[in-house]
Design a protein. Structure first.
Length: 432
């Protein structure tokens, strides 16, 4: 049980008690802060680890197809940078062969099919083979592509519309320089992005997706930036959350935050909850609703899988040669190649660790919001990623409390254990 040290706007102290393992948030008198419904019924998560590997099913709910890891950008915090050399190199002809063999191993229609790069539209020739046939075979499946938006043109927009593909454009608004060139600074590319929004935004089939960094931590400033560039106050936004750290360059660069950065971000998030800008980001709104639902239904921590979902057996990432990977951001020719669709029963997810296998996650007050950060990171890379997620989710919790109760969350106390790293962290954890 953790103590949430809060205050009213008048400065009066209020202490709430919260248990992330039982999802109980209690007032000082022991009554629930948010009145609960009947306890929910939950499926317990599978706690994967190298010693207890996860499996994959031939009836995936979500099928992620990796087209290749080639990209025309060089993001300063790329989640694929260490994996590019381990990706399977394929040709357009391999897309047809992939389709030809699909019926040999796929036992049921997926609910969702995602196409991943690198930059997916560098592989447009492959997409033009895959998408029409998969759309024909699985008409009920939703289709998704995440792109940096730099290659969008009339042909691609027509293709997206024809097959009703959901599009997320990765763009960091005022901190786009951390990714690469800003397509909004090039008139022709900007025109096509606005056209894509005009044709796909209103039916809610497009959004802009930002990564939060120390250079990009003001929620309201981000929204204002996109409203101005797109020319629509209803522009759909989402965020991957705080930047994760996948290599040492990111660890010493855009993945690092100062104490002042974290404090400024927290203030921005709380202000965004009060004014509503934060809730214009679909992922923040969804996370907030999920947390409140956890309190209503007393969701146990044992029901929590990883935030990415790739620990589940029905989440499957494959390349066009039928190799199975830890996730779509990894390469099958390295340690993250975990088997083949030809022998799915033999696939073992032995590259990752469920949050329950990490001491810091078991002793974290924002576990229900964070759900474990990246499941395959270790050492300093995991420690910094965890630190960024901790502050991101703490800020969201503070925003929820402010909006729902009017209270100001000052700090946590209790048995909080942070991961160790080779450099000191700029954090302060209070103890009771």
């Amino acid at each position: 049980m953790y103590i949430l040290h809060c205050s009213t706007d008048a400065g009066d102290p209020v202490e709430l008690r919260y248990d992330p393992h039982t999802s109980e948030l209690l007032n000082p008198d022991g009554t629930p802060v948010i009145a609960g419904a009947a306890d929910g019924e939950f499926e317990m998560a599978t706690a994967v680890s190298p010693a207890s590997p996860g499996r994959k099913t031939n009836s995936p709910r979500n099928l992620k197809i990796q087209l290749g890891l080639r990209c025309n950008y060089s993001c300063s915090y790329c989640s694929q940078s260490n994996e590019i050399d381990t990706a399977t190199v394929t040709k357009t002809a391999d897309a047809a062969e992939f389709l030809g063999q699909l019926g040999d191993w796929l036992a049921a229609p997926p609910s969702r099919i995602e196409f991943w790069g690198g930059e997916p539209f560098l592989y447009f020739a492959k997409l033009k083979v895959l998408v029409p046939e998969l759309s024909r075979r699985f008409p009920q499946a939703s289709l998704l592509i995440i792109t940096n938006g730099s290659l969008i043109d009339e042909e691609i927009i027509d293709f997206i519309e024809r097959y009703d593909i959901e599009i997320a454009v990765s763009h960091d608004g005022p901190a786009q320089f951390l990714r690469g060139a800003d397509p909004f600074e090039e008139p022709e590319r900007a025109r096509w992005l606005r056209e894509l929004w005009r044709r796909r935004g209103p039916p809610k089939r497009m959004s802009f997706n930002i990564v939060l960094t120390a250079k990009n931590r003001d929620i309201s400033a981000n929204r204002a930036w996109f409203v101005e560039r797109v020319g629509d106050p209803e522009v759909a936004l989402s965020t991957e959350g705080a930047v994760a750290v996948y290599d040492t360059q990111t660890l010493g660069g855009s993945g690092s935050w100062s104490a002042a950065d974290y404090a400024g971000f927290r203030a921005s998030m709380i202000a965004g909850f009060v004014g509503g800008d934060a809730l214009r980001f679909g992922t923040i709104l969804e996370k907030s609703r999920d947390f409140i639902d956890s309190l209503h239904q007393h969701r146990p921590s044992a029901a929590l899988g990883q935030k990415c979902g790739m620990d589940r057996e029905d989440e499957l990432a494959v390349d066009l040669k039928g190799n199975v990977m830890t996730c779509q951001n990894t390469g099958a020719q390295g340690k993250h190649g975990i088997g083949s669709v030809a022998e799915l029963a033999a696939v073992r997810l032995d590259t990752s660790t469920h949050w329950s296998g990490r001491e810091c996650c078991n002793h974290c007050p924002v576990l229900q919001l964070c759900k474990g950060s990246c499941m395959y990171l270790e050492g300093d890379l995991f420690a910094q990623s965890c630190e960024n997620e901790y502050h991101y989710n703490s800020a969201i919790l503070a925003g929820i409390l402010k909006r729902v109760t009017g209270l100001n969350l000052e700090r946590f106390s209790g048995d909080i254990r942070r991961p160790r790293q080779g450099k000191p962290f700029p954090i302060r954890v209070a103890t009771s």
